[in-house]
Design a protein around this ligand. Structure first.
Ligand code: F6P
Length: 545
């Protein structure tokens, strides 16, 4: 490939020109001009409907965005990724999470060896262990396992924690809990109500060196040691680092390994998903994998204009890089997806929150936006005020199931749907000054009418996309997560960055390690800046008086 990595400059220029030409045109004008706009700016696949018609993207802009993707070679890069090529170029390795969800696929050679047999064998071991735990064949000191505590952080926590919560209606195994923060409050509060003699601890860490996880794992082991003779018998490990799991005292039979080509934030599909498998059972876990596998095929095979991950990526590029909106809200109108925004924060911001391109050159444009969000309808009573009337435009992504899991509460679901649709409609439609005046005319007049009315104006023309799906089943969750993974990948290719490294987390880790001895007063804080010295003094009690 010649020139800077990513999409060619000409394709970016064309999009900027289209954006400038359309200044002043509103999204509602696009609907007025095209009665079929909703259908023509939507994609349907796998039972899902992705509607991006409530954006300023018109036919020309979409063509320009598709050119951008073609120019960056998204399709070829997707094939390369799934074929096991070393697409993670700064760490010199593959990014093969797609292989985890396709254990029975054709041979897949990485570094001279077929990776499928290893994936199949670990998956079968996980299934046997999960069934043993679920049926009580695996016994803790006090009998069958009642509670499972997954200790991990980042990708070793967010994936399973989000998915376990998302699939609560399918739980028929022991209760699952998640401890991630090194703040002792997290593990103390989690363990307090549990019986150590009936608890299984899963230490989830790709590297088995992450200080938060190792500290929490030691605390959990000490907690169990007070009540059971052999605490190691109630610990399992999910890791790539077999020597370190052995050094921690976890027998090989309860270590579920994976390869270093599984990135942390892409790891829920393999051993890191063990807690989910224990919660919902191996068969449903296989459905979850099948859902993701379906989306992998769709991403590889669907035509660009019908390709859901690609279109989702292009709406992201349009809003962040072409329109310059710095943040994006993810708003699941699905309470069980409460942890999805946090999961997507890691997926998107750790992947695409970069400042240099593949070749080390400075990026020519802003990279991944800030991702944030909360489930609806809660967000409506918190931050949506700003999204409707604030000075910053925040593109929103709504997620919504046609059907809930509570047939007896169908009226709740109708209200949920009505609220979700009303938000995207209100964002687009807005309310003019004339409309606001008319609503107040019977209460105010003159200057006071004007003043009051101005507070009630909604600028409107605020973009959103909506992903609707039939029901949040294990398979559908797999589809949704893989959809987002591929969207992040496609955005990364278009921007020309490596979405699979995360060097930005390193400096803070190094400095935290260096501050340990300072906080223990074994080393002086002299080399630190004035602010850090002052804070160390205050927090260690010397500078508080
Ligand atoms: O610090 C960032 C990170 O490396 C994430 O990418 C990863 O998901 C998390 O830490 C946990 O890492 P590990 O699984 O090795 O404990």
């Amino acid at each position: 490939m010649s020139g800077a990595p990513g999409a060619p400059q000409g394709a970016w220029d064309r999009l900027q020109a289209l954006r400038a030409e359309a200044a002043g045109r509103r999204i509602l004008d696009l609907f007025a001009a095209d009665p079929d706009r909703a259908a023509r700016f939507s994609a349907r696949a796998g039972g899902m409907l992705f509607d991006y018609s409530k954006t300023a993207i018109d036919a020309e802009a979409r063509a320009g965005l598709l050119d951008l993707a073609a120019g960056a070679g998204v399709a070829a890069r997707a094939r390369a990724m799934m074929a096991g090529e070393p697409v993670n170029a700064t760490e010199g390795r593959a990014a093969l999470h797609t292989a985890l969800r396709d254990p029975d696929g054709p041979p897949l050679i990485v570094d001279g060896a077929d990776v499928r047999p290893g994936i199949r064998s670990v998956l079968s071991r996980m299934e046997r262990f999960a069934e043993d735990v679920r049926t009580g064949r695996f016994e803790a000191a006090g009998g069958a396992v009642a509670d499972v505590v997954n200790i991990g952080i980042g990708g070793s926590d967010l994936g399973p924690a989000m998915a376990v919560r998302a699939l609560a209606p399918y739980h028929d195994g022991p209760r699952c809990h998640f401890v991630s923060n090194v703040d002792g409050a997290d593990i103390a509060d989690t363990l307090a109500p549990l019986d150590p003699a009936r608890t299984l601890v899963i230490v989830a860490s790709k590297t088995f060196t992450t200080v938060e996880t190792m500290t929490n794992a030691e605390t959990a082991r000490a907690w169990m040691a007070e009540a059971v003779a052999d605490p190691a018998a109630q610990v399992a490990a999910l890791s790539t680092a077999m020597a370190r799991t052995a050094a921690f005292g976890i027998p090989e039979a309860r270590v579920f390994p994976f390869a270093d080509w599984v990135g942390g934030r892409y790891s829920v599909w393999g051993p890191i998903g063990l807690s989910l498998m224990i919660a919902i059972g191996p068969a449903r876990f296989r459905d979850f994998l099948a859902g993701a596998r379906w989306m992998d095929r769709h991403f590889l095979e669907a035509a660009p204009e019908a390709n859901m991950p690609l279109l989702l990526a292009l709406t992201g590029i349009w809003h962040a890089q072409v329109c310059g909106h710095a943040t994006r809200a993810v708003l699941p109108y699905d309470e069980r997806l409460a942890r999805l925004p946090a999961y997507l924060q890691q997926l998107e911001m750790e992947s695409n929150g970069k400042r240099v391109a593949m070749d080390g050159s400075d990026l020519a444009r802003p990279a991944g936006p800030v991702i944030w969000g909360e489930p609806g309808t809660n967000g409506q009573h918190a931050f949506m005020q700003s999204v409707h009337q604030g000075t910053e435009v925040v593109p929103c992504e709504f997620l919504l199931a046609a059907e809930g899991h509570e047939p007896a509460l169908a009226h709740h679901h109708r209200l949920l749907v009505a609220n979700c649709l009303a938000q995207s409609e209100a964002l687009m439609r807005g309310r003019t000054l004339a409309e606001a005046r008319a609503r107040l005319a019977d209460r105010f007049e003159g200057d006071e009418l004007e003043r009051q009315a101005r507070h009630r104006v909604f600028p409107g023309d605020r973009p959103s996309v909506t992903l609707a799906y039939p029901k949040l089943t294990p398979e559908m969750l797999g589809r949704i997560l893989a959809l987002y993974e591929h969207r992040v990948f496609a955005e990364g290719v278009i921007l020309g960055i490596n979405s699979f490294d995360q060097w930005g987390v390193e400096l803070g880790k190094e400095l935290a390690t260096a501050l340990g001895p300072v906080l223990e007063a074994r080393e002086s804080a002299e080399s630190k800046d004035g602010s850090t010295r002052q804070l160390v003094g205050y927090l260690t009690g010397q500078g508080r008086g």
